[in-house]
Design a binder for this molecule. Structure first.
Ligand SMILES: Cc1cc2nc3c(=O)[nH]c(=O)nc-3n(C[C@H](O)[C@H](O)[C@H](O)COP(=O)(O)OP(=O)(O)OC[C@H]3O[C@@H](n4cnc5c(N)ncnc54)[C@H](O)[C@@H]3O)c2cc1C
Length: 45
């Protein structure tokens, strides 16, 4: 769970933690971006 302060300061906000969202979040974080990913479902399902 992230605070809204992190969301306001992040470089990239990714909505959805499926394969696409998880992949791009990981790649951007590895490139040094400050990434926040939001997922509405509880995982693992
Ligand atoms: C029944 C079924 C079976 C499948 N079986 C296979 C298989 O065996 N092998 C295979 O390779 N592919 C399979 N697929 C395809 C695979 O699921 C998709 O290709 C893949 O999930 C697409 O990834 P995605 O990240 O684009 O979207 P998604 O996986 O749909 O991810 C989107 C995410 O965004 C979240 N989200 C949506 N709206 C919001 C919001 N407002 N706020 C926060 N989060 C949100 C969702 O909860 C979800 O976790 C199957 C698909 C279905 C429907």
């Amino acid at each position: 769970m992230q605070s809204t302060e992190n969301i306001n300061k992040c470089d990239v906000l990714v909505i959805g933690g499926g394969p696409a969202g998880a992949t791009i979040s990981t790649k951007l974080a590895q490139m040094g971006r400050d990434v926040v990913m939001l997922e509405k479902e509880q995982h693992p399902r």
